[in-house]
Design a protein around this ligand. Structure first.
Ligand SMILES: [Zn+2]
Length: 476
């Protein structure tokens, strides 16, 4: 007998904020520095040091809370979460438990509303690098103290599609806010999946597990499917799911039990004595409200209205803030909106794929892109050449001039009428033999004449146009 099961998922999403310095000290937050070069006594937790809250973190957190429709706690404070692990030099993490900055929000994904239980500020831990060859581990504390927001949802998800839509939405909101780049591959956005299953129709929640270490949207999908099957298998066989933290191995597409899941009391939370309570004034809050940008949905509606784009195109152009801004910048430099939309939706992603580049790693000069689109769409550069120029534009770091590139490589097609007529007249005059052959029925001879004309034009006209004009001239 096959039973029907319902999956219940809640998410804890960690997002690294893109402030220049760490949350409690002046160290750089830059990703990828030499190990242990972005550290100081504060983020290393040396005795006698005191943390000072980075004001920018508070500002970003309040704006994020508003974007997630949360209530902002006007009297927020930090707590110590105590645990020992080598990536945490202080042996406690400064986090928020009792008075998180934001509560009771929501995110709409299509027609469904996902409730946000709370969002809090905290510091990231360091990273452990495990040697491949020896049983050695090297801590890198560059990441220790990088500011994080943790967003805790209610268990409102029922499948992986909803989870992915929610993560995309958070990424969209936060990149529009400019508070994080939300790159899962660099760890600036991470999701822990709390999952349980129950028989269809049951209302009580089953025992849940938490799966960690999931680094891409695809991996989240796999991890959810894998954990769902595992739990159904256990329960169908009469067993019980153990509440535990599981570690996802994306190469093997399986998870393994890491430790029994801690509850809050295990961490011995207490109010952080080294940081004062933060009172958020009305001015600060109003400034945050005023600073909220036009988010994707509003921008999508405006694009439909202002640029007469189909809603589907407008949606694709506005998911990422960078794409939306590039679109408007290119249009403002004189390229036609529907052409720019087509290039950004079709041609640019295609070329990026051949270059194995990510959209977030490119920032083409809008003036140059506008020039290229204008010239290709007006036919002065062939489409194939236009795409070649696009590839060069997207793969060049630093200045790139579309007009120079086209000129240097002779890619410009110059269907300039008077110049064309002049060249054809000269070629006909200079080659009476071929002209007579053509006129006496050896039509192949036109190939030679076209070749001569193309040589004269130095490739600055399309062969089809030259053929058309040459035929017309020979008929007269
Ligand atoms: Zn530091």
């Amino acid at each position: 007998m096959s039973e029907r099961w319902e999956t219940v998922i809640g998410l804890e999403v960690h997002v690294e904020l893109s402030t220049k310095s760490k949350i409690f000290c002046a160290c750089s937050t830059e990703f990828g520095g030499r190990p242990n070069t972005h550290c100081c006594p504060v983020c290393m937790g040396l005795p006698g040091t005191l943390p000072v809250l980075n004001r920018k973190v508070l500002e970003y957190a309040v704006r994020a809370g508003l974007a997630l429709h949360c209530d902002i706690d006007r009297e927020t404070r930090f707590d110590r979460k105590n645990y020992f692990y080598p990536d945490l030099p202080k042996a406690y993490q400064i986090s928020q438990l009792y008075r998180p900055i934001a509560r009771n929000g929501y995110v709409d994904i299509g027609a469904k509303r996902i409730r946000i239980h709370e969002m809090h500020m905290e510091e990231d831990a360091g990273k452990l690098i495990h040697s491949e060859y020896e049983h050695e581990t090297y801590p890198d504390y560059n990441r220790a103290g990088v500011p994080l927001l943790e967003i805790v949802s209610e268990p409102d998800f029922r499948d992986s599609a909803e989870v992915l839509a929610y993560l995309e939405k958070i990424r969209s909101l936060f990149t529009y806010l400019g508070i994080s780049d939300c790159k899962m591959q660099e760890g600036s956005m991470r999701a822990d999946v709390n999952l349980s299953v129950r028989r269809a129709g049951e209302t009580a929640l089953g025992t849940r597990t938490e799966t960690k270490n999931i680094n891409s949207l695809r991996a989240i999908e796999h991890a959810i499917e894998s954990e769902r099957s595992r739990q159904i298998h256990i329960l169908s066989g009469g067993g019980a799911v153990v509440q535990e933290t599981r570690h996802w191995n994306d190469d093997l597409k399986t998870s393994t039990a890491m430790r029994s899941k801690e509850n809050a009391p295990d961490y011995r939370y207490f109010p952080e004595p080294d940081l004062p309570v933060i009172f958020i004034g009305e001015d600060f809050l109003q400034a945050a409200r005023d600073s909220l940008p036009e988010f994707a949905e509003e921008r999508q509606a405006r694009f439909v209205e202002q640029y007469a784009l189909p809603p589907k195109d407008a949606a694709r152009l506005t998911v990422r803030r960078e794409t939306a801004e590039l679109f408007e910048a290119v249009v403002s430099r004189g390229a036609e909106a529907r052409h720019v939309a087509n290039w950004l939706i079709v041609h640019v992603p295609h070329v990026l794929k051949t270059l194995s580049e990510n959209a977030e790693d490119i920032a083409p000069d809008p003036s140059e892109l506008a020039e290229l689109i204008r010239r290709t769409e007006s036919g002065t550069v062939s489409r194939a050449d236009g795409l070649r120029v696009l590839e060069a534009l997207l793969s060049t770091d630093g200045p790139f001039r579309v007009s120079d590139y086209i000129r240097e490589r002779g890619l410009s097609v110059n269907n300039d009428e008077s110049a064309l007529e002049e060249v054809i007249r000269r070629v006909i005059e200079a080659n009476p033999k071929a002209v007579n052959e053509y006129r006496s029925g050896k039509t192949k001879a036109i190939g030679f004449l076209i070749g001569q004309a193309m040589k004269d034009l130095q490739g600055k006209a399309t062969p089809a146009t030259v053929r058309e004009r040459m035929e017309a001239a020979l008929e007269t």
